[in-house]
Design a protein around this ligand. Structure first.
Ligand code: GTP
Ligand code: MG
Length: 466
C-alpha cells in the first residue's frame, strides 16, 4: 500500500508522461498543463447555496477580510497572491476596495453574456492552503463544497445530492446552517439553539448520506469578529459600560437601537454601522461578552468567533478537507487523466491507462474516498449497525488514528490499542463471514484494510526510534 507522498509523485509522473505523449495534441496538452498546475495547487472549496444565504459573508469570515461580495454579478475565485489583483475573462482588471467589499470594473470589451468567473488574488495565509470560490451554481471544478443554507428541508437536501452527483469525482460536502444568530427569532440563545439543532440533524442518516459534517454558523457575526476594528470595540465597550437597565430596552428592536435619542454615549450613525456589521443578535452577544471578561479587542474577537460557530467550521474544514488535500488533488487529477486517455486513444495511452489503473488500485486512500462516497450516496450499503463505524474508520470524520477510532482526546495508548484491535476483529468477521452481499463484503474488506493500517500506524508510533 502506498502513502500520500508516493501517490502524489506517481500521479505527477503519469501526468508528465501523458504530457509527453500528447505534446502534439493541443487540446489534450492544455488540459494536462492545467491539471499539473492544480496538482500542486491549493484545495478548491466552493461556497455554494441559495441566494442570500450568507455565502459571500462566509467567504469573508474564512479569509478574515471584507472582500466579498464584489460588485460584479459573477462567480468569484479567491486565491493567494503577492498583491491584490483581479482577472475577468482572461483580462486583468482594476480592483478597488470599497467600504463593503471589492469593486472590480471590467471595461466594455469584457462585458457580454452572463456567467463566467472572476479571479481575485489576495495575499492571505488562509488562501495559501485553500482557494475559495464564491459560487453562483455548482462549481464544476471544486474539490469540496460548503453548502450554505439557512434551512435544510427536502428541497435543499435534494440540491446538495444533485450538486455532488454532477461532479466527477464526487466531492466532499459540508453543510453550513447559516444565519444561526436569527434562529427562533434571534434571541440570546439563538446560536446555542442552532448548534443543538445542527448536532441533531448531523446524526440523521439522510443528512449523513450527503455531507461529511453539518454545522451551525452565523456568517455575519463570524465575519464581523474576524475584522473587528479597534474603534468598533470602543463603541461596544462604551455601550457595555452603560447600566443594563438603561441599555436593555434599546436592544429589543433595530428601530429602538438606532433611534436618534437612544444610547447617548454613542451617536446614531455609529450604532447603525454596528448593526450592519453584527446584526441585532450580534450586538447583544458582543455586549454580553464585553461585560463578562472580553475586555480587549483580541479577546472579544476570539470569543465572538467561538460563539459564531466559525472556529468549529475551521476545525472541520481542516480535518475533513485540508488534511485530505494530497489525496483529493490526486484523485481529481487521475479522474481527468483517465477521461483524457480514453478519449484520445493511442498505443502509448493504453500503457499509461494500465499504470493509472494500477496506481488507483494500490492507493488505499483513493479506495477509502470512493467507498465513503458510495456509502454516502447509498450505492453501497453495509449493515445498519455498522454504517457509522465504517464511515469513521474510513476517515470520514477525520483521518488521524484517534478520529478514525472515535477516541476521546484524553484516551490512553492502551485504550487506543484495544479499540484498534476490536475494530480489526469486527471487520475481519464481517469481511470473511457469509452474511453480507458480495458488494458489502468488498466494502467490509476496504474497512478492514483501513483498520489494519490504523494498527500499523500505532505499531510504528510505538516502535523505538533507532
Ligand atoms: N442575521 C444575519 N444576516 C446575515 C448573516 N449572514 C449574512 N447575512 C446578511 O444577509 C444578506 C446576504 O448575505 P450575503 O453574504 O451577501 O449572501 P449571499 O449568499 O452571498 O447572497 P447572493 O450572493 O446574493 O446569493 C446580507 O445583508 C448579509 O449581511 C447571518 O449570519 N445573520
Ligand atoms: Mg454573494
Amino acid at each position: 500500500m502506498i502513502d500520500d507522498e508516493e501517490l502524489e509523485q506517481r500521479t505527477y509522473r503519469l501526468l508528465n508522461d501523458a504530457a509527453h505523449v500528447y505534446r502534439a495534441v493541443p487540446p489534450a496538452a492544455a488540459v494536462l498543463r492545467s491539471t499539473l498546475d492544480r496538482l500542486a495547487g491549493p484545495l478548491r472549496i466552493a461556497v455554494a447555496g441559495p441566494p442570500g444565504s450568507g455565502k459571500s459573508t462566509l467567504v469573508n469570515a474564512l479569509i478574515g477580510e471584507e472582500l466579498a461580495p464584489v460588485e460584479l454579478s459573477a462567480e468569484v475565485a479567491y486565491r493567494d497572491g503577492t498583491e491584490p489583483r483581479a482577472w475577468w475573462r482572461d483580462a486583468e482588471i482594476p480592483v478597488v476596495r470599497t467600504g463593503s467589499g471589492l469593486r472590480l470594473t471590467p471595461d466594455a470589451r469584457h462585458t457580454g453574456g452572463p456567467g463566467g468567473r472572476a479571479v481575485v488574488e489576495w495575499p492571505s495565509r488562509v488562501l495559501r492552503r485553500t482557494e475559495l470560490i464564491d459560487a453562483r451554481g455548482p462549481a464544476a471544478d471544486a474539490d469540496a463544497i460548503l453548502y450554505v443554507t439557512p434551512q435544510l428541508g427536502e428541497e435543499e437536501l435534494r440540491t446538495v445530492r444533485a450538486a455532488r452527483g454532477r461532479l466527477a469525482p464526487p466531492v466532499h460536502v459540508m453543510i453550513v446552517l447559516s444565519r444561526a444568530d436569527a434562529t427562533g427569532g434571534g434571541w440570546a440563545d439563538a446560536l446555542l439553539t442552532a448548534k443543538q439543532m445542527a448536532r441533531r440533524r448531523r446524526r440523521e442518516p439522510r443528512t449523513g448520506m450527503v455531507s461529511q459534517d453539518l454545522l451551525a454558523v452565523s456568517p455575519l457575526i463570524a465575519a464581523a469578529a474576524r475584522t473587528l476594528a479597534g474603534e468598533e470595540f470602543a463603541v461596544i465597550a462604551a455601550l457595555a459600560a452603560l447600566p443594563k437597565a438603561e441599555s436593555e430596552p434599546h436592544l429589543l428592536s433595530t428601530d429602538r437601537f438606532t433611534a436618534a435619542t437612544a444610547l447617548a454615549p454613542v451617536d446614531a450613525q455609529r450604532r447603525v454601522r454596528l448593526l450592519q456589521r453584527f446584526g441585532l443578535g450580534g450586538v447583544r452577544l458582543a455586549l454580553t461578552l464585553a461585560r463578562t471578561g472580553s475586555d480587549t479587542p483580541a479577546a472579544l474577537a476570539e470569543r465572538l468567533q467561538e460563539h459564531s460557530g466559525l472556529k468549529e467550521l475551521q476545525a472541520s474544514i481542516a480535518t475533513l478537507f485540508t488534511a485530505r488535500r494530497p489525496v483529493l488533488r490526486a484523485r481529481a487529477a487521475l479522474t481527468t487523466l483517465d477521461r483524457l486517455l480514453r478519449t484520445h486513444r493511442n498505443p502509448a495511452a493504453g500503457n499509461l491507462l494500465a499504470q493509472l489503473e494500477l496506481l488507483v488500485a494500490e492507493a488505499h486512500e483513493l479506495r477509502e474516498l470512493r467507498l465513503l462516497s458510495a456509502l454516502r450516496s447509498g450505492r453501497v450499503t453495509v449493515p445498519r449497525d455498522h454504517a457509522v463505524d465504517a464511515a469513521r474508520l474510513l476517515g470520514g470524520s477525520g483521518t488521524s488514528v484517534g478520529e478514525r477510532l472515535g477516541m476521546s482526546p484524553d484516551a490512553t495508548a492502551a485504550e487506543t490499542w484495544a479499540a484498534a484491535r476490536a475494530a480489526g476483529e469486527r471487520w475481519r468477521g464481517l469481511a470473511h463471514g457469509r452474511t453480507l452481499t458480495p458488494a458489502a463484503r468488498r466494502a467490509a474488506e476496504t474497512v478492514l484494510a483501513s483498520s489494519d493500517l490504523i494498527a500499523d500506524r500505532l505499531d510504528r508510533l510505538a516502535a523505538p526510534i533507532s
